[in-house]
Design a protein around this ligand. Sequence first.
Ligand code: PXP
Length: 252
Amino acid sequence: MSRLRLGVNIDHVATIRNARGAAYPDPMRAAELAIGAGADGITAHLREDRRHISDADIEALAVITRKRGQPLNFEMAVTSEMETIALRHLPHAACLVPERREEVTTEGGLDVAGAHNTIAPVVRRLVDAGIRVSCFVDAVPEQVAAAKSVGAQVVELTTGFYCDAVRDRSPEAPALLERLRVTAREAHRLGLEVHAGHGIDYETVKAVAAIPEVAELNIGHFLIGEAIFVGLVPAIQRMRTLMDEARVGLAA
Ligand code: PXP
């Protein structure tokens, strides 16, 4: 089994920067540090309202990640504006996410099944440009099948519901984890690469990392929060260690 990759989402470095309209903290410095700390890629979400990552950030991240030989995972809504930006910068990967102006963060997966005809041509153009396309979906077999049918090579399963349940000590948590496991297996069976992300912290990472079909985790908010207390590099290194520990004992 290949090593579980860690994509570090640096959106909230930009959130802090933008709170003061200053030039710091600099998301590029975070990207450089994250790569140095063992991140296997950098993830950034350019939102329609530019509340954190800016167009200039994406431009700079595309350069830095290329120079450092690490993938940039560009999170984007399915809009013609974002498609144009993706095609201009040609990131290694694009993760298609739902986006609503009033939401605080991405609240759930993209309804790929319900918007098949809108999403399929966008996926085709991105894939034709050499971008690896992922659909961020809820852990529902119908959505995974739809991601396959629109031509995505990857699905990223949202772990947000499971992570919230663990934090709330909800009795639903085991069932939500089981749904992630079953859906990851189904996605893998369909030939999709399986990623997972949203809401992951030190407590929840092990169970998600132990799902054998999962090839990559994307983690942001918790790591940037921890960085305030312990620094970004130790926070990433600890997450990496927990991920590696979770994989010990899984079949090769
Ligand atoms: N994956 C996707 C598709 C996301 O939209 C986000 C949040 O931007 C993440 C992963 C990371 O989530 P978090 O910041 O909660 O770790």
